[in-house]
Design a binder for this molecule. Structure first.
Ligand code: NAD
Ligand code: ZN
Length: 360
């Protein structure tokens, strides 16, 4: 087995109000390239107080980007890259302020500003040829771990796959829990459960190890405080914890692997466009036999926060649709191997995977 040699984020600032330190953080970087920054900001913040506190200078380019209903695309990144280069040349860096979608846009843009051609050429592992430019992430919704991961997930004409390499990882992340206060309660739940499921799946398979368990245990205990215990709920204290849980959940799965829920989730998202965290919740409610303890706790959290998830989706799926979804999921052997061990091929057959989809 090859052990992963993961490139972590270079620098992390954490704490309430830490976003105000952006100016001083990027000041030394302004010497690079054409001496200006590109800000990509979730359109949710347009006209809201944060948009007046971005700390951009007159020479900087600020793009407010709508991430609904579509997740980032290769076409979108290519067009943005071309526009930026033709307007002002190579920027000093890219700042992403938003959720997982904006984190991925900032990471992808940083790489595509120095790598020629379409981003479709680089979807996959280590296909990027040159280091990107400085990039800094400011998450405003927590859970996916996109702030720490080495991938920038893009949907292209042929595949939904990340630009995946060491250079994808942020140079700097600023974790300011004040920024996640406005997340709607349902999304607060779905995205936080992505962290929870990362840890349950990272633990529940053959690739776990002391390193992944340590991060995962800590993230799980934070999730219990945020979503389950007496003081559970969307409070400032819990937002402080959720930002850390998301990061640690991401680190746990990086050194281990995700499992059955994520494998099924990719099939559901690819064919039906269901958002990642929401898809995971829809699926995890049916995985009691595979992850009994995690499932029981998850159902308690659903009940506590009165979350209602769609049921009986599969009644609308014919054999062809089931085959399409199952094919996407089947082609994620690392996840099945982690979840079921070395004889996973005997368990995770196309028929078995289709049956998992029939549960939804
Ligand atoms: P998101 O970025 O898609 O945003 C979800 C919604 O929340 C949007 O409507 C957005 O406008 C809104 N929002 C964001 N911050 C807000 C705030 N502070 N207040 C109010 N509303 C706010 O959400 P996400 O779940 O974090 O990210 C999903 C994306 O992340 C998908 O594109 C998925 O492919 C990607 N992803 C990437 C990785 C990775 O490792 N790179 C991992 C998992 C998922
Ligand atoms: Zn996930």
């Amino acid at each position: 087995m090859t052990h992963k040699n993961f490139k972590n984020i270079d620098k992390v600032t954490y704490g309430r109000g830490s976003f105000a330190q952006l100016t001083e953080t990027i000041e030394p970087i302004r010497k690079e390239n054409k001496n200006y920054f590109v800000f990509v900001v979730d359109n949710y913040f347009k006209g809201r107080p944060l948009s007046t506190k971005l700390q951009n200078k007159p020479e900087d380019l600020v793009y407010f980007i709508d991430v609904d209903p579509y997740e980032p695309t290769t076409q979108q990144i290519d067009a943005l890259r071309d526009e930026i280069l033709s307007k002002k040349g190579l920027p000093s860096g890219v700042i992403g302020i938003g959720g997982g979608s904006i984190m991925d846009i900032a990471k992808a843009l940083s790489l595509m500003l120095t790598n020629e051609g379409s981003s479709t050429l680089y979807q996959g592992l280590n296909l990027i040829k040159k280091p990107g430019i400085y990039h800094l992430g400011v998450p405003t919704i927590s859970g996916t771990g996109a702030e720490v991961s080495m991938t920038a997930v893009l949907t292209g004409p042929e595949k939904k796959l990340g630009l995946k390499c060491d250079w994808t990882v942020f140079n700097q992340v600023i974790l300011d829990p004040e920024l996640i206060a406005s997340v709607p309660t349902d999304w607060w739940f779905y995205t936080g459960m992505d962290t929870y499921i990362h840890c349950i799946e990272s633990h529940g398979g053959i690739r776990n190890n002391a390193f992944s368990l340590a991060y995962g245990d800590q993230a799980l205990s934070l999730c219990r405080e945020i979503y389950l215990n007496d003081k559970a709920g969307q409070t400032p204290e819990n937002d402080d914890k959720l930002m850390v849980a998301s990061l640690m959940g991401g680190l746990s799965l990086t050194y281990s692997e995700v499992g059955v829920c994520h494998a099924i989730s990719y099939g559901l998202s690819k064919i039906h466009g269901t958002r990642h965290c929401y898809a995971n919740c829809i699926i995890f409610q049916h995985l009691g036999d595979i992850y009994p303890e995690g499932h029981a706790e998850f159902m308690q959290m659903i009940k506590k926060h009165k979350i209602s998830l769609p049921q009986n989706l599969s009644k609308d799926w014919n054999e062809e649709t089931l085959t399409k979804m199952a094919t996407v999921s089947y082609n994620l052997p690392f996840m099945w191997n982690h979840a079921f061990g070395d004889n996973y091929k005997e368990i995770a057959t196309m028929d078995y995977i289709k049956d998992l989809f029939r549960r939804l």
